[in-house]
Design a protein around this ligand. Structure first.
Ligand code: F0G
Length: 460
């Protein structure tokens, strides 16, 4: 007998609730205008469904909250540190484990040591904070995700893969001595949350061995990546998600994790490595800037919750629900005729706003228009990933647009229920109805760097 399709249900029940405030469209129109049409400037109090990020926005389990109460707050050698260290050693098979307050602190420490002028870092796609930490040292960051991944529609299983042929060319061009590290980000956040295959990571390991290059895994979504490997890559069907993650992490020389994602905690980060000499340099910087080696920037209770979160995230029922509920949103948007980046990634659905709002020219930021419409129509907050975020100007002050005009709907872990997701889908019916009437935006204020956070707009 074939399995009937059943409603996708959360594999947990709710023990504590946080009220959401229902507002009117008129109110939201007014508030958004006052916020310069930039949802980053909204107060969370005015947001109904917050899909701005999946980072640090998840809900902890009863077990994790239990850990919060029993965390050991000793300065040195805390029991909670020993717990976290043993969980992370088991996961990464790396001997040197450093706790940090979040992902970018681990990046600053490692890339601060490895970087510097003339140095080059190569990645499938550097996340913004990764690139910023590298460039801050004077080094260069080069992205070489496979070209096919840049096509939002092409249906391939591992669109996060790094282009190994391009890597060989870059090694010749820059010289191995100038390459500080190769960073593989799993899943690849900046290219749509797309996964990386085990074969690609193994291929990368081989090249790094041949040229004696340091291979770093940015694995803040390592469990979500493991789900895709199990279900899309031949040979992994019978392995557990944790075994797949362990196999992948064992291939790296170092591992960086923003624990705010698959660590299932609201704050935390990790930096682990195999090389003792490098670990000593990192520990020295950690002590100066984050805290002693047995707590980094974290409280004992944070480490306890993280140790538990890193076990829970590999639960098969949890991961199935997690990946399928993101896909449910994406697949149903697609069925309604909303153009989405395909296939759907792990933590977010990306909408092709250039296509959806094809009457708005890129100079008038169709992605920002969609972000604003989703807020006014439904109280939904999300982020533009297009020319507001990545656009530059030429010498004449004309916009050089980004490659794509996307909008990211990132799903917090274990926070919203299936009916919240159905509500988001309903709001898109309004978006589809009004898409020919909606207008673009012009920027009235922008800072010199990372303008999307604080820019202000007006309606055209
Ligand atoms: N690496 C990746 C791949 C990330 O997605 C992030 C954060 C970081 C590093 C930095 O970690 O925030 O703990 O310092 N991504 C968040 C996002 C902010 O919304 O995608 P952090």
């Amino acid at each position: 007998m074939s399995h009937r399709m059943r409603t996708l249900t959360e594999p947990f029940k709710i023990k504590m609730v946080e009220p959401l405030r229902v507002t009117t469209e008129e109110y939201r129109n007014d508030i958004l205008k006052k916020s310069g049409y930039n949802p980053f400037l909204l107060r969370s109090h005015d947001v109904f469904i917050d899909l701005l990020t999946d980072s640090g926005t998840g809900a902890m389990s009863d077990k994790q909250w239990g850990g919060i109460m029993t965390g050991d707050e000793s300065y040195a050698g805390a029991r909670s540190w020993e717990h976290l260290e043993s969980v992370v050693k088991d996961l990464t098979s790396m001997p040197y484990i450093l706790p940090t307050h979040q992902g970018r602190a681990a990046e600053r420490i490692l890339y601060g040591i490895l970087g510097g002028k003339v140095k080059v870092f190569i990645s499938n796609t550097h996340f913004d904070t990764t690139r910023a930490n590298i460039e801050f040292t004077g080094a260069t960051a080069i992205d070489i995700v496979y070209d096919v991944a840049k096509d939002p529609e092409i249906d391939l299983p591992f669109k996060g893969n790094i282009d190994l042929e391009k890597l060989q060319v870059l090694i010749k061009e820059h010289g191995r001595e100038n390459i500080a590290a190769v960073i593989i980000t799993v899943t690849n956040n900046s290219s749509g949350g797309q996964p990386v295959s085990m074969a690609n990571v193994k291929g990368l390991r081989k090249i790094c061995d041949e040229h004696n290059l340091l291979m770093v895994i940015d694995g803040c979504r390592i469990a979500e990546n493991a789900y895709f490997v199990k279900h899309r890559e031949p040979g992994f069907e019978t392995k557990t998600y944790k075994e797949i993650a362990q196999e992948m992490l064992a291939l790296g020389d170092a591992f960086i994790m923003s624990a705010k994602k698959d660590g299932l905690v609201n704050i935390g980060g990790l930096l682990t490595m195999k090389d003792e000499e490098l670990s000593i340099k990192c520990k020295n910087l950690l002590i100066i800037s984050e805290g002693f080696t047995t707590y980094g920037g974290l409280a004992g209770r944070d480490m306890e919750a993280l140790a538990i979160g890193l076990e829970e995230v590999f639960d098969a029922d949890y991961l199935h629900y997690r990946i399928r509920s993101t896909a449910y949103l994406g697949e149903n948007l697609k069925a309604k005729g909303v153009p989405v980046v395909w296939p759907i990634g792990g933590h977010a659905v990306y909408i092709d706003a250039k296509k959806l709002y094809n009457s708005i020219p890129v100079e008038q930021y169709p992605g920002q228009a969609l972000v604003c419409d989703l807020y006014t129509k439904g109280g939904i907050r999300c982020v533009e990933v297009g020319s507001v975020m990545f656009g530059k100007y030429d010498e004449a002050g004309k916009l050089i647009p980004a490659q794509n005009e996307l909008v990211r709907l990132a799903i917090p872990r274990r926070v919203y229920t299936q009916s919240h997701i159905d509500y988001v889908l309903d709001v898109f019916d309004d978006i589809l109805d009004m898409r020919k009437q909606t207008t673009g935006y012009r920027i009235t204020y922008e800072p010199p760097f990372l303008r999307h956070f604080t820019a202000r707009f007006e309606k055209i």
